[in-house]
Ligand binder design. Structure first.
Ligand SMILES: *Cc1c(COP(=O)(O)O)cnc(C)c1O
Length: 421
């Protein structure tokens, strides 16, 4: 069974509808009302006191980090997970900070506390925690560690808008939080970021920075919104997939970007799409359940395990080979089915980031994840036939392969590396 030649599944899709675009246009008529409306909705829904809007997620992250720095100017290092979106180190460097890295648990992708604690120091301004692929991480132990060390906690829920763990919402568990409205995220407004905080002193630092912008760039955003309205459909996706300005699937470290607020067209889009967030998340959860049920039958494959009490929103479904490496040595991407690798490198291996790295910590699991994580699409265009097709492909891949069992612990991998060296 193979994917139809005319169907091309995008890796991720949070489509826009004509009514979203109309809402965006309508917002232009009353910017004040649109902005207050969205702010109040987010405040109520996520139970936070202060909400700000940025032109992108990384802009929100950068300005948020800046606001924290104001409160602790003697601290200039930020701790990042060594496996995450390249937007995260881009924002840290944009904010003028140095970067330290911590490793992740391969089974849950949650921070490795031992590694995190080792990276923490008197210069640590804040820890950024990410809920990768919509799998929420319990931030309570990290918050406790931060309190002891006088550092802040940034709850980066760019991939987990709507996820909960132990009754708490991703994005609200730190001193400041982030959602992204970029194209590959839980919901999109073409681009954008939402910064939330309960702390008045953090909000003060954000206030002057993220002023709403006028209509500049409107036509480009309007055109992109139109593309996102019609062309994520599997029969039309070949077109946007070939448009370089959409930058679909690229991982680029680039600390140079604008840190403006959000323009009112996208505010209107976001307000309209927010009304569908629960439905989008529910749809992804259903696809993920169907995929998980099928993939259980594939020997040799494992999916990421949610933490206890987690309610993931399954932005994508990440899988790994149980043996720690794929048969043939290479992650089997199937671009036509939206089955693609994720971030191509661990952060310690990004050449352009090296001058900004503060420590020389080892993050072997992050490197292993970068080599091996394969992500499956969970969006609304995935059909039952696609799910079984993916299962067939993976069964083929693992047929007759009996890899040796792998030591999935950080310590064992480290000691294996030391023996080699
Ligand atoms: C997408 C993302 C961001 C923000 O990126 P933008 O593309 O600028 O919106 C931040 N953190 C993580 C973990 C992300 O996935």
């Amino acid at each position: 069974m193979s994917a139809s030649r005319f169907r091309l599944l995008p890796p991720s899709a949070a489509p826009l509808y004509p009514r979203d675009i109309l809402a965006g246009l309508k917002a232009l008529g009353d910017p004040h009302e649109a902005l207050n409306g969205l702010r109040e909705t987010i405040r109520t829904r996520f139970g936070v006191r202060h909400v700000f809007f940025a032109t992108s997620g990384r802009a929100g992250l950068s300005v948020g980090l800046h606001a924290l720095r104001r409160l602790a100017p003697e601290r200039d290092e930020v701790l990042l997970p060594a496996y995450t979106s390249f937007s995260v180190p881009s924002a840290a460097v944009n904010a003028g900070l140095r970067v330290s890295l911590y490793d992740l648990h391969p089974e849950t992708m949650a921070p490795d506390m031992e590694s995190l604690e080792a990276a923490m120091g008197p210069k640590t301004l804040c820890v950024v925690a990410c809920h990768l692929f919509g799998y929420p991480v319990d931030l309570a132990p990290i918050q406790a560690l931060c309190r002891r060390s006088g550092a802040f906690l940034f709850d980066d829920a760019a991939q987990a808008m709507g996820a909960r763990i132990g009754g708490r919402m991703a994005g609200t568990m730190g001193d400041v939080g982030l959602f992204s409205l970029s194209r590959g995220k839980n919901m999109t407004a073409v681009d954008g970021g939402i910064v939330l905080t309960d702390r008045d002193n953090v909000a003060e630092g954000l206030l002057g920075k993220l002023q709403p912008t006028g209509a500049s760039g409107f036509f480009r955003r309007f055109a992109t919104a139109l593309v996102l309205t019609g062309m994520l459909h599997p029969r039309a996706y070949w077109l946007p997939a070939s448009l370089p300005f959409l930058n679909i699937g690229a991982s680029i470290f680039d600390p140079q970007f604008k840190t403006d607020g959000l323009d009112v067209f996208r505010v209107g889009l976001a307000k309209s799409v927010l009304g569908r967030l629960d439905a989008l998340n529910k749809g992804r959860k259903n696809v993920a359940s169907a995929l998980l049920a099928c993939l259980e039958k594939v020997e040799g494959l494992q999916s990421v395990r949610p933490m206890p009490e987690a309610e993931p929103v399954f932005l994508r479904l990440p899988v790994l080979p149980l043996s720690g490496s794929w048969p043939g040595g290479k992650a089997p991407e199937i671009p036509a089915m939206g089955v693609v690798r994720s971030y191509p490198q661990a952060l310690q291996d990004i050449e352009g980031l090296k001058p900004f790295l503060a420590g020389q910590g080892k993050c072997p699991m992050a490197a292993m994840l970068a080599r091996n994580i394969l992500t499956l699409p969970t969006h609304a265009y995935v059909r039952d036939g696609d799910v079984t097709a993916v299962e067939e492909v993976f069964k083929d891949i693992f047929d007759n392969v009996h890899g040796e069992s792998i030591c999935f612990t950080r310590r064992s991998l480290l000691s294996a590396m030391e023996k080699k060296a």
